[in-house]
Write a protein that binds this ligand. Structure first.
Ligand code: NAD
Length: 497
């Protein structure tokens, strides 16, 4: 059984730690690898390697950094098949979906190739007599990214290209559940020609996270994961004087209006609720059926949920793979139990599923609930599995209130043919990412990704223009040459003239 290790100073290393964690193949349910959990000493080694290269990297012309990003982008495209296979083997998602997340991550690399343009500052000539002023953005230093299991390539690539293109050195602490992709990425950064110490990986669990948050030489932490941990990361990191962006969990609502295109809406809901076994922060987990659309919606959804093709992610026929671990599968199943106990109507029960040859895999079928109400735990809490809750609402006003009153505010969508309703929704809804007849409105790399309310702690969204701001400090310069200065000391606040 292979040992998954760290990538420090340009080399794979087992590090100093002796603690190990099991990494599973979720389709077979077998332990596939051991993971070396790092120590504070390993983190110190990575920070030291980063600090050693940081001055030279920060001084590297943006165009040179951009050219390395172009090489990384080409390598990612060429090796996408191998990388997708790694993702599927540890996460469980179907291969085509793994390819999709690689593409979305690669798009951030493509955005980062524009760094010479993106780092251009602002200049004002003659702000006063003989005086010019301009702004520039400079890197923070050594920064860290802590990522969740559900996108082991895309989420690290939301962060690393932005951090590195802006001149920082980046240390990744990936999820301990599917850590192999992080090492593959490290190899690609190295092959692309990034200097040793610019992109590094330390493996670990909450102990390593604590070490990162308390390390005095780590200037910023970018986090994506569940809400309780995001809140802890934000509060602890900020108390240590770090810049923090911490993206949390979600409970994304889709409002289904009676005038929607029902067949297309049903297709959209199927993919958004059950794709990747519901393990997406942008999964639609609540459908708010407005007026008399509820009956036809349930009638159209139920056979499709029953007919979901569930199997290992490597089978091209599979639409949905297993859940990531046995514990997570059991947790999702217990939510279905809770929904039944709380009085929701379980239209499709995905709790018991047996796949020949994969009896020990972490599989679960799709579940569909009707008549869910806001007091139920299956409505209030993030399930993060293949479970869709249908809530019935009498009108648009009460539907949008449900979205706005919910503790999470990541993504949301409306399905309608009516422009006025869509416009009211876009204007009034309290969420960070909004779709109009688009079920998973993940912003493209040149926009920024982030939620509101309990879905994001901090000020900056991920990647795009917000990513540039997060990973840089703004400096404003005011300059004159001696000939233009007045003679004699001035003791008043400088003003124009
Ligand atoms: P998680 O919060 O359990 O883990 C995320 C990271 O935090 C991992 O690297 C993990 O090692 C670390 N961690 C876990 N427990 C910790 C603790 N007690 N102290 C310190 N660090 C700890 O999340 P997950 O299960 O890996 O991922 C799923 C969650 O991530 C869901 O809630 C999902 O909505 C969320 N997510 C959000 C977004 C977004 O953009 N908002 C994107 C993807 C996933």
């Amino acid at each position: 059984m292979s040992l998954i290790c760290h990538f420090i100073g340009g080399k794979r290393t087992e590090g100093q730690g002796t603690r190990r964690a099991d990494v599973f193949d979720p389709s077979s349910g077998q332990v596939a690898h051991q993971l070396a959990l790092g120590t504070r000493q390993d983190l110190d080694d990575a920070v030291r390697a980063a600090l050693a290269v940081f001055p030279a990297w920060a001084a590297t012309p943006p165009l040179t950094r951009a050219r390395l990003m172009f090489r990384l982008r080409d390598l990612l495209e060429r090796r996408a098949g191998d990388l997708a296979a790694i993702v599927t083997s540890e996460h469980g998602k179907v291969l085509s979906d793994a390819r999709g997340e690689i593409t979305r991550g690669m798009e951030v690399v493509e955005y980062a190739t524009g760094i010479p343009e993106l780092l251009k500052g602002e200049y004002t000539e003659q702000v006063a007599n003989g005086i010019d002023a301009w702004t520039l953005r400079q890197p923070l230093g050594v920064v860290a990214g802590i990522t969740p299991f559900n996108f082991p390539v895309m989420v690290p690539l939301w962060m690393a290209p932005m951090a590195i293109a802006t001149g920082n050195c980046f240390i990744l602490k990936p999820s301990e559940r599917d850590p192999s992709a992080s090492l593959f990425l490290a190899d690609l950064f190295r092959e692309a020609g990034f200097p040793d110490g610019v992109f590094q990986v330390v493996q670990g669990d909450k102990d390593m996270v604590g070490d990162i948050l308390h390390h005095p030489d780590i200037k910023a932490v970018s986090f994506v994961g569940s809400t309780p941990i995001a809140r802890y990361i934000y509060e602890t990191g900020a108390a240590q004087g770090k810049r923090v962006q911490a993206l949390g969990g979600a409970k994304n609502h889709a409002i289904i209006m009676p005038d929607c295109d029902l067949p297309r809406t049903v297709d959209a809901l199927m993919g958004a609720a059950y794709g990747s076994a519901g393990e997406r922060c942008m999964a639609l987990s609540v459908a708010v059926a407005v007026g008399d659309v509820a009956g036809p919606l349930i009638d159209a959804m139920a056979p499709k949920v029953r007919g979901l093709k569930i199997g290992p992610g490597t089978d091209p026929e599979s639409e949905m793979g297993p859940l990531v671990t046995a514990q997570h599968r059991d947790k999702v199943r217990s939510y279905v139990d809770a929904g039944v106990a709380e009085g929701a109507d379980l239209v499709v029960d995905g709790r018991s599923i047996a796949l020949q040859g994969y009896e020990k895999g972490f599989f679960l079928g799709g579940s569909l609930f009707d008549h869910v109400t806001p007091d139920m735990s299956i409505y209030r809490e993030e399930i993060f599995g293949p479970v869709l809750a249908v809530v019935r609402a009498p009108d648009f006003k009460s539907a949008i209130s449900l979205v706005n009153d919910h503790a999470y505010g990541n993504g949301t969508a409306i399905f309608t043919r009516d422009g006025n309703t869509a416009r009211s929704f876009v204007h009034g809804v309290q969420a960070g990412m909004v779709g109009v007849n688009v079920p998973i409105p993940v912003p493209m790399a040149f926009h920024s990704f982030g939620g509101w309310k309990g879905s994001l702690f901090g000020d900056h969204h991920m990647h795009g223009p917000e990513g540039i701001r997060f990973f840089t400090k703004l400096k404003a310069v005011t300059a004159r040459w001696p000939e233009s200065a007045r003679a004699g000391a001035e003791f008043v606040m400088p003003t124009l003239g």
